[in-house]
Design a protein around this ligand. Structure first.
Ligand code: GEK
Length: 236
C-alpha cells in the first residue's frame, strides 16, 4: 500500500474545496490513518464482521473504496467472495488498481448514487456517506437495502457531530489533540478543516440510526467508536 507522507496542507494554500484528486490519492493511506483515530482497528474488524454475514462466492460491496483497504481485508478473510469496490475518483481507482492485485476484487470507477445494486450479502460504507449530499443519503441506503439479502448487513462508518455544544467542543478538542500527536501542525489542521467544511457534512449518531431504520434495517447496532468516529452495523 502507498504510504507517502501527507503534507498537502503543510504550506499555505489558496482556500478551495477538498477533492479526492491525485495529490490526495497519493498520500491517502497516511492521511486517513493519521486523521481517523482507530481506523486500522476498525478496518481489520470489518473483515471479521464480513465473515458473519457472507461466505465465499457471495457478493460484497465496498462503496467509496478509496485505495481498497476494506476490500483487501475482506479478501483476506473471504478469498473466494466477489468484492465489488467502487469509487468515483479516477485518481483513487488508478492508485487502487496499482496497489491491489487480487482476482476476487472488481474495481469500478462509478458514482454509487447511479449504480444498479445486484443482490449482495454484505456492504460497507466506510466514511463515504458523509461526502454524499444529505438529501441523497436515504435514497442510497434504500437502494443498498433493497438489493441486500435477508439477514445480511451493511456496515456504515462516519464522522459524527453532537447537538450538545459541550460534548461537541470536548470531542473536537480530543480529535485535534489526536491529530497534533500524529504530527499535523496547526496550519495543516486549520487549512484542512476549511477545505472540508462544505464537502464533509456530518450527521448525529441519532440521525444515522433513524435513517437506517427508515431505509428498512431491522437491527441497527453501533459496534465501534473512537472519539467522533462511529461505525454502525445495520442488519436486514
Ligand atoms: C477506506 N472507504 O479506506 N460515489 C463513489 N465514491 C464516492 C462518492 C460517490 N458518489 N462520493 C465520495 N466517494 C475508504 C475511505 S474516503 C473517506 C473512504 C475519507 C469516495 C471518494 O472519492 C473517497 O475515495 C471516498 O468516497 C471517501 O476505508 O476520505 O474520509
Amino acid at each position: 500500500m502507498n504510504m507517502q507522507r501527507d503534507r498537502i496542507f503543510a504550506s499555505p494554500v489558496e482556500p478551495s474545496d477538498f477533492s479526492f484528486n491525485h495529490q490526495v490519492a497519493d498520500v491517502f493511506t497516511d492521511m486517513i490513518t493519521r486523521s481517523v483515530p482507530g481506523y486500522s482497528d476498525l478496518v481489520q474488524n470489518i473483515g471479521i464482521l464480513a465473515t458473519n454475514f457472507a461466505k465465499d462466492h457471495d457478493v460484497i460491496y465496498d462503496l467509496g473504496c478509496s485505495l481498497g483497504a476494506v476490500s483487501k481485508v475482506i479478501s483476506n478473510y473471504l478469498p473466494q467472495s466477489k468484492i465489488i469496490a467502487i469509487d468515483n475518483s479516477a485518481a483513487m481507482i488508478a492508485n487502487c488498481r496499482a496497489n491491489l492485485n487480487l482476482t476476487n476484487i472488481e474495481l469500478l470507477e462509478a458514482d454509487i448514487l447511479k449504480i444498479a445494486f445486484v443482490p449482495h450479502q454484505f456492504a460497507v460504507l466506510n466514511f463515504t456517506l458523509q461526502f454524499i449530499e444529505p438529501k441523497q443519503r436515504l435514497h442510497l441506503l434504500q437502494n443498498i437495502y433493497q438489493a441486500l439479502q435477508p439477514s445480511c448487513a451493511l456496515v456504515l462508518a462516519e464522522k459524527i457531530k453532537f447537538t450538545d455544544d459541550d460534548k461537541q467542543n470536548l470531542i473536537t478538542n480530543l480529535h485535534l489533540n489526536f491529530k497534533r500527536q500524529q504530527g499535523y501542525s496547526e496550519l495543516e489542521i486549520a487549512q484542512k478543516r476549511t477545505s472540508l467544511e462544505k464537502v464533509l457534512i456530518p450527521d448525529t449518531l441519532e440521525e444515522h440510526i433513524n435513517r437506517l431504520q427508515q431505509a428498512g434495517f431491522s437491527k441497527v447496532i453501533p459496534w465501534f467508536s473512537c472519539l467522533n468516529f462511529v461505525s454502525i452495523l445495520a442488519i436486514k
